[in-house]
Design a protein around this ligand. Structure first.
Ligand SMILES: NC(=O)c1ccc[n+]([C@@H]2O[C@H](COP(=O)([O-])OP(=O)(O)OC[C@H]3O[C@@H](n4cnc5c(N)ncnc54)[C@H](O)[C@@H]3O)[C@@H](O)[C@H]2O)c1
Length: 460
């Protein structure tokens, strides 16, 4: 009661692309009266019976929905049973004083006396904990929980309890990250840890040879889990191995770069590279959990942090909020939650997930023209964001101030032909993610305009 379920519920539903059902409101419509009136006329016991009927029907709906339950519904054993066995249940946390302030003075039948209210809160607490799959304070927390993403400073130390299941666990890191965070991960995994494996540092991890070696090294049954601790290169290859070994095993990325925490480890895309190009082989394979510990960023070099800031600025522009100004843990939480929501709405990249490519069409073209030498991904994304904003008729100050990208020296013709080959081209027509008043849209622009925007990013 007073936690904010009816306020946050519609927001969560929108972020997840699911319908919202407010059980108390539905119940009132069905009863033809308000809950306080029903309580008054027929009593709590009769109300709970009506509530049970409605709640069970809603919780058994075949199509996914976001459902706000009445605060007392957990007292009914059959509802608790459904919440434990059938639904993903998030306990929206609120401290009892705030809950009382929000509830007192209204017409809620069980919020008339402060000490009774607090006693009720205590009695219900145990029942809430019994059914909750996750806990959260706001919409972002709930979206993250729905995506299986745990963001907490210090989460690495709790890795053992955060890897779902009971089976054996194998750990994969690159030697550098293994040297810094490997011991903490091993200790946290405890007796479930069956073996430790290495992948090369950086993009070299994403080769078919590395995937093949991991396939042959693994000794896991189908109840095993692969844990990848490291940057996006490590989590991409390990996710791909998890997607394919034994036709798909559970996996848990533990991203230790900013790119990994706000982007690569969220959303279920896994990939390896081919000589013909990056990420050409891969699978959608959603991790059973992603364990994001922003404290691991403390050991990350500045240039790697800058790589991540480019994705943070992109995310903030898409979300319409200056997320780049937030302190590390909150910045990671908000960015990861934004991406998680988009990916839950479009898990197989068939529609709106394309918005996450804001600026990336230009970035990839510049990187390809430079043959991935001499241009960092962050620089390229920063420049790509400039072009996307200019084509959208928007100011570019944020990108200039936070990322300060400088034009790069690459061959103009090569960059243009790389951009024309972009995978978002349909029937030969290039489509770009642009940022309009109503939000991001995929739009075709005349070649001359796009080419001029690309040329502006290239040093004379
Ligand atoms: N799957 C996706 O949705 C997705 C999204 C974005 C990027 N990616 C992929 O991610 C890759 C890039 O990932 P990245 O930017 O994380 O780089 P990375 O994984 O290549 O790591 C960069 C370097 O940072 C080091 N490192 C990692 N964590 C550290 C830490 N905490 N302290 C000190 N050093 C640390 C690593 O050893 C490595 O040398 C690319 O291959 C890209 O394609 C995938």
């Amino acid at each position: 009661m007073g936690a904010g379920k009816s306020t946050l519920g519609p927001e969560v539903a929108e972020r997840l692309g699911r319908p919202f059902i407010d059980l108390d409101r539905e119940l009132e419509q069905d009863l033809g009266t308000t809950i306080p009136e029903f309580f008054e006329q027929r009593g709590e016991a009769e109300f709970r019976l009506q509530e049970e009927r409605h709640a069970i029907a809603a919780l058994r709906l075949p199509d996914p929905a976001v459902i706000a339950l009445g605060g007392g519904a957990v007292q009914t054993p059959s509802i608790r049973h459904e919440l434990r066995d059938r639904t993903f249940t998030v306990l929206l946390e609120v401290d009892p004083d705030t809950a009382w302030q929000r509830s007192a003075g209204g017409d809620r039948p069980l919020a008339h006396d402060e000490s009774e209210f607090h006693a009720l809160y205590e009695r219900r607490r145990e029942l809430y904990d019994e059914v909750a799959d996750a806990h959260g304070y706001d919409t972002d927390d709930i979206v993250l929980a729905a995506a299986g993403v745990e963001v907490h400073a210090g989460a690495l130390e709790r890795l053992g309890s955060l890897v779902p299941g009971e089976g054996a666990v194998v750990l994969v890191c690159d030697p550098h990250v293994g040297g810094i965070h490997g011991a903490a991960a091993q200790v946290a995994l405890g007796p479930r840890l069956a073996s430790v494996h290495e992948v090369p540092q950086g993009e070299a991890a994403k080769g078919a040879g590395v995937a093949e070696r991991l396939w042959s090294e693994l000794r896991l049954d189908r109840d095993g889990t692969i844990v990848a601790v490291g940057g996006g290169s490590t989590t991409d290859v390990v996710g791909f191995v998890a997607a394919t070994y034994l036709r798909g095993l559970s996996w848990v990325p533990v991203p230790t770069t900013l790119v990994g925490q706000v982007d690569a480890a969220v959303g279920g895309k896994t990939a390896i590279d081919l000589p013909q190009g990056k990420n050409l082989v891969g699978a959608f394979h959603w991790p059973v959990r992603a364990v994001v510990d922003p404290a691991t960023l403390e050991t990350l070099p500045e240039d790697e942090l800058a790589e991540g800031m480019a994705e943070v600025v992109k995310t903030g522009l898409l979300a319409g909020a200056p997320l780049w100004k937030l302190p590390a843990t909150e910045l990671v939480r908000r960015c990861a939650a934004f991406k998680a929501g988009v990916c839950l709405r479009d898990p197989y990249d068939e529609g709106e997930r394309a918005m996450l490519n804001l600026g990336h069409t230009f970035a990839h073209a510049l990187e390809a023209a430079a043959e991935y030498e001499g241009v960092t991904h962050a620089q390229a994304v920063g420049l790509g964001l400039l072009a996307a904003l200019r084509l959208s008729g928007r100011e570019t100050d944020v990108v200039d101030e936070v990322l300060a990208p400088k034009p790069v020296r690459v061959d103009r013709e090569r960059a243009w032909s790389a951009l024309r080959r972009d995978k978002k081209a349909r029937a030969g027509e290039l489509r770009l993610v642009l940022l309009r008043e109503e939000g991001p849209v995929l739009e075709s622009r005349p070649d001359a305009e796009v080419r001029a925007a690309l040329d502006e990013l290239i040093a004379k």
